[in-house]
Structures are given as C-alpha cells and as structure tokens.
Design a protein around this ligand. Structure first.
Ligand code: PLP
Length: 426
C-alpha cells in the first residue's frame, strides 16, 4: 500500500499515544529498523535516540534476540499459565530473582508496566488485608512521578502531569509530598528527610505503601535525586510498618549505570516493578517482584491467593526474548557502554548550557536531558532533529535522549548535536 494511503487510514482509524481522533499531526511511517536506525517508508534513515521509549537497549533486529524469538515460535508462541508452566518463564523468573536486589524472590509476570504497578499495589493492599489491617489502603508518593496510565498507577502519577483535576472523583486520592530535591550529586536535604518521616508516621495507620521511582523520575519530568532519599524511605517505612514499592520500569537493566537503580542506595524494596527494557524492546512484558514476607502475608490470609491472572501471563515468546536480552546484557561489559554514553552525552550536550532559554543540562548513566524555560515546539523540534537524521520525541519543556547501549560514538555525537540544535530553535 502506498505511504499516503497508509497515513490517511492511520489518521482515520488509529489512535496514537496521548493523541486526538482523528489524528492531527501525521506520524512518520517506519518500514524497518536495524541496529540503532529506523528506516522510514520514504527511504530516510534516523538514528534512534529514544530506544523506542527506553526499551530497545540492544537496538533493533539483534541476531541473538531474533533467533530467540524464532526458536521459541518454533516450539510454542503461547500457552495459558493457569495450571501450566514452561521453561522460558521459569528461567526468566529465577533470573530476575537472582539479579534484582537481595530478598526479592517471588515474581509475577504480566503484560505491561502499568499492569505490573497494578499488581504491585494489589500485592500491598492484599498483604495488609490478610493481616487484618484493611484500613491500610492508601498510597504515598512524591510529586513528579510517573507510574503508568491505568487507574491506580495514574493515582500516584504527578497530580498535574497526570491530569488529576480531570479525574477528580474517579481516581483514588493518594497522599503526595513534594518532589525530592532534584540533584543526584548534591548533599541530601535533612529537612526533606524529616518531612518524609513525619508524613509517613502521621499516616501510618492508613498507608499501605510508599510507591516511588528510584533515582530517576522519568516521564514525570526526567529528574534525578540522591539515593540517600531512598535509604531514608526504606528506614522510615520499616519503622512505621508501611511497605515500599520501587518502580524500576524505566531505570531497570542498567540505564542509570547500575543494573537496578535501587543499587545506588543499597536497599531492597518490598515490591519491585520492571518492564520496558525487560524484553530488549521486542515484546510487551513486565514483572512485579516481592519479598518472601509479602508473599507469605498474602498467602496466609482470608483469600490466600494473589487475585490476578492475565490471559497472556508468562507469554513464552516474551519470556524467551527477555531471557536472551538479559543474557546479552550481562555477557557484555554493559557498564563500560553506559559510562561511554554518559561521557559522550556530557560532552555533546554541554554547549546547550550556554543557549538562551536553556535552564538545565543533566546527564546520568545513559540518560541526557536539556530542559528549556518553555514547552518544546514539537513540530519544529521534530523538523530540526529529523533533518539531521535523528529520532527524538521531546515532551513538555524537555529535549532528552535514552539511546540504545550499542549506539556508536559517531551516532551519539549526531544525537547530541540534534538536541543542541533543537534547543537553539525549538
Ligand atoms: C513506562 C513506565 C510505566 C508504564 O509502563 P507501560 O508499559 O507503558 O504500561 C510505569 N512506570 C514507569 C516508571 C515507566 O517509565
């Protein structure tokens, strides 16, 4: 079918993320992708600075991942997970238990990041119900977070960014504290820690859990905070009998320079969510992991089962490609790659700091952000960066990149140049 006809049908029928219907701004038509390049239907090639929303850490059409997928498709693409099990899911769950922070032993595989947050919340609520503490059903989080688009995750997204005013009366009303001071390297703010401790103590009777993204608040604003706040949260929640959930859907699998961002703080949450890069960007899958104590609490209650079970739970194709992706990550010196990218981003984005309208340039691991004093002109930014052969998807006042770990130095230079140019004009 001709590109124009496809795009006309797209506008007529296909809903895109956070888009109106019919579509207003035509998306770019992609026909293929390999390595770090997207090939457009009109023949142009773009270096992908987004890793397809932070998931394609090994790039596209990686031979090892392709082989894992075709090999698994030759055995079975899917079987139900109720009453049946299979090696790909068993291997994946035991690997996740091995590589995540010590103590997270039990793994619930599910369809997407948002669903894994739903499952994490359900684990926490059910845990307290089982212990006869059904009144503990609210969540506490800090502002500036993002945890997904289904309703419970939305309720702990930043109230402004998550459009809570639109959903008043629909979303459960959770407790919010101010966003953590956003500076990974600065001395932690004692008064902020005191405020956290006081708030948790005051609401301990109604709080089921504190839910946060560790170290990097991603889609809520690309803010990086000091790991000391996570250590403080661990200590405070333990002291007051509140569970702690880390949402590592964006940070997991090396993005911040540690395999999991919790390692920066050296703490284990009670529940941990992973997603996005789990399958190397090939298929949708996520997981919620919990400690033995949470699992025991749930399993000895009045309803002694975790009441959740998606149709495509533990999907063998997704599990197989996740196993291959984790294997690929761990067998290479991924830390060296992330450090190399971090250096290239620092160097390449530094000139943006001098530009009028730029309020901050920050880099952590393989994440580079240029923040403006105004919302990015999306059409103009897209024109500028695609003109230079780069794909980026800015949001709000932010131009940023989270490139695949396999991105070479010349391509990184191209990506940072595109960000600097867009900061100049958009
Ligand atoms: C993307 C994201 C989610 C939601 O994941 P989906 O797979 O899009 O549902 C949740 N939490 C964080 C931190 C994310 O970055």
């Amino acid at each position: 079918m001709a590109a124009d006809d496809l795009l006309a049908l797209d506008a007529e029928h296909v809903w895109h993320p956070y888009g109106p219907m019919p579509g207003q701004v035509p998306p770019l038509l992609v026909s293929e992708a390999s390595g770090v390049r997207l090939r457009l239907a009109d023949g142009r090639e773009l270096v992908d600075g987004m890793s397809s929303w932070w998931s394609a850490i090994h790039g596209y059409r990686h031979p090892v991942l392709d082989a894992a997928l075709t090999d698994q498709a030759g055995r079975m693409s899917h079987v139900m997970f109720g009453g049946l099990t299979h090696e790909p899911a068993i291997r994946l769950a035991s690997t996740l238990a091995d590589i995540t922070p010590e103590g997270l032993r039990h793994v619930f595989l599910c369809d997407s990041g948002s669903v894994s947050v739903e499952v994490a919340v359900k684990m926490c609520l059910q845990y307290w119900r089982s212990l006869g503490r059904g009144g503990k059903r609210r969540l506490l989080t800090w502002r500036g977070g993002y945890h997904g688009d289904t309703f419970h995750p939305m309720s702990v997204c930043d109230p402004d960014g998550g459009m809570h005013s639109l959903w008043r009366g629909v979303l459960p009303e959770q407790l919010f504290v101010p966003a953590p001071p956003a500076d990974f390297g600065a001395t932690p703010d004692e008064s902020y820690v005191e405020m956290l401790a006081e708030t948790v103590e005051r609401h301990a009777d109604e709080l089921a859990a504190v839910v946060v993204e560790p170290v990097v608040q991603g889609a809520g604003g690309m803010r990086f905070h000091h790991p000391a706040y996570l250590r403080a949260l661990r200590e405070i929640t333990e002291r007051h009998g509140v569970l702690l959930v880390f949402d590592e859907i964006a940070t997991g699998f090396g993005r911040t320079g540690r395999l999991f961002a919790a390692e920066h703080a050296g703490v284990t949450p009670d529940v941990l969510c992973v997603g996005k890069a789990l399958t190397g960007g090939y298929l949708t899958m996520a997981a919620a992991l919990c400690t033995g104590e949470v699992a025991r609490g749930i399993s000895t209650g009045e309803v002694p089962v975790l009441a959740h079970g998606p149709t495509f739970m533990g999907n063998p194709l997704a599990s197989a490609v996740a196993n291959a992706s984790i294997g690929l990550l761990l067998e290479r010196d991924w830390q060296a790659d992330v450090r190399r990218i971090e250096d290239a981003l620092r160097q390449g984005l530094a000139p943006a700091a001098e530009l009028p309208g730029v309020v901050d340039v920050r880099v952590l691991g393989a994440i580079g952000v240029v923040q403006l004093d105004h919302d990015v002109d999306m059409a103009e930014a897209t024109r500028v960066v695609t003109g230079l052969g780069v794909w980026l998807r800015p949001f709000r006042d932010m131009l940023y990149t989270m490139p695949p770990y396999v991105t070479g130095d010349a391509d990184l230079a191209l990506v940072t140049r595109a960000i600097v140019e867009a900061a100049r004009t958009a």
